[in-house]
Design a protein around this ligand. Sequence first.
Ligand SMILES: Cc1cc2nc3c(=O)[nH]c(=O)nc-3n(C[C@H](O)[C@H](O)[C@H](O)COP(=O)(O)OP(=O)(O)OC[C@H]3O[C@@H](n4cnc5c(N)ncnc54)[C@H](O)[C@@H]3O)c2cc1C
Length: 422
Amino acid sequence: MTSVLWFKRDLRVQDHPALALAAAHGEIVPLYIYEPDYWAQPDVSGRQFDFVMESVAAVAADLRALGVDLTIRVGRAVDVLSGLKNQTGFDRIFSHEETGNGWTYARDREVAEWCRADGVIWEEVAQSGVVRRLNGRDGWAVRRNAFMRAPQCEMPMTLCGPQAVSDPVPRLIAPDQCPGRQTGGRPAVLSLLGSFLMDRGRTYRRDMSSPVTGEAACSRLSPYLAFGCVSGREVAQAAAVRQREVKGAQAGWGGSLKSFQARLAWRDHFVQKLEDQPTLEYQCLHSAYEGLRPRTPDPVRLAAWQAGETGLPFVDACMRYLNATGWLNFRMRSMVMAVAFYHLWLDWRGTGLHLARQFTDFEPGIHWPQVQMQSGTTGMNTVRIYNPVKQGRDQDPDGRFTFHLMDRSHRLLAGPLQRIFL
Ligand SMILES: Cc1cc2nc3c(=O)[nH]c(=O)nc-3n(C[C@H](O)[C@H](O)[C@H](O)COP(=O)(O)OP(=O)(O)OC[C@H]3O[C@@H](n4cnc5c(N)ncnc54)[C@H](O)[C@@H]3O)c2cc1C
């Protein structure tokens, strides 16, 4: 019996529940689909495309070592699956449950419809602590923690299946300038995880909030978690092992590892929010906030914020850093979002889309709940308005980040700035 293993945001072969199931079922055709309509959505970007290309190449190499070639196709998922069914006669699809954006949700419904009509069984399984069709949050944390502590799925020793031809992959989205972008694929995960748990992470708790120290003190695993080059469970279990190792022996580590594990749990907590309430991507969680700001943003303010040209030096430095690297630490993400919403009075949807494109690690399930939380539209979180001058003094006291950044972002301070505030 032949089945398709459909890779989505799970570009690895380690701790891969869908792969383990598919391998136990018989022959497999591992498949990755580049969907032109997805890459035309407003929340995606060239930096994410490049990261995915590198990660797909890495997982293809791992699959080849296990005995099968990754089939890479370009097109609409239902068209690709239907063509592949004619060529290989598969009768089952295995994949992970995806909490993606509105577009992937609609695409999955279309695929489910096609499967029903064509007599194909589609088995979707969880790859994280996020629970599908959850009835309320009671007991959720217990279920999530049990999943995280459960043994990882063993990687199959060998795989076999029919050969299927791959498509050449055109550049589906324009490249964007991101000289400091992280490189996709599993090899980078291993070195980041190792250096974080053995060395960089010691001062995580103290240093994560400043962009000066956060770049090295944070794990920097976010794009790899977002596109599944590593599973959350692998990271959580490695952190737990390290925590036992350092207990009492090496000062400073314990608190940092505890904070890190808490954030891994936040990851599932936020993704669960979008899984439960997909409208979070489009509508204010509390409807009273709808219409408070113009839906069409002031173009001058929006452009100045996007380019890092508001005249608020620390905010501008953060935006330029983000544009050049595809990453920003958590506190600064919160600050730039809050400044857009409160100081610049810009609706969260347009600004949230811009940030989504700038983040190499764009993860809809974390992003949209965080965007709404930092913009104060949930109706249940404390309103947090950041003072950007105070933040600059606290997080970049000697101005190192703000001033040195100009070299790093390959932009010059000279030139006409859209000074909103000065
Ligand atoms: C407005 C806004 C938008 C955001 N959008 C995204 C996004 O699209 N993708 C994304 O991965 N993170 C997002 N975050 C959360 C957070 O800023 C990043 O996960 C973190 O900065 C990534 O760097 P790191 O991997 O070094 O994190 P670390 O501090 O090393 O944390 C490890 C992992 O824990 C998870 N995590 C950390 N902080 C949070 C948090 N506050 N909420 C949920 N999970 C968390 C991430 O998976 C992260 O990779 C957003 C935060 C804000 C305020």
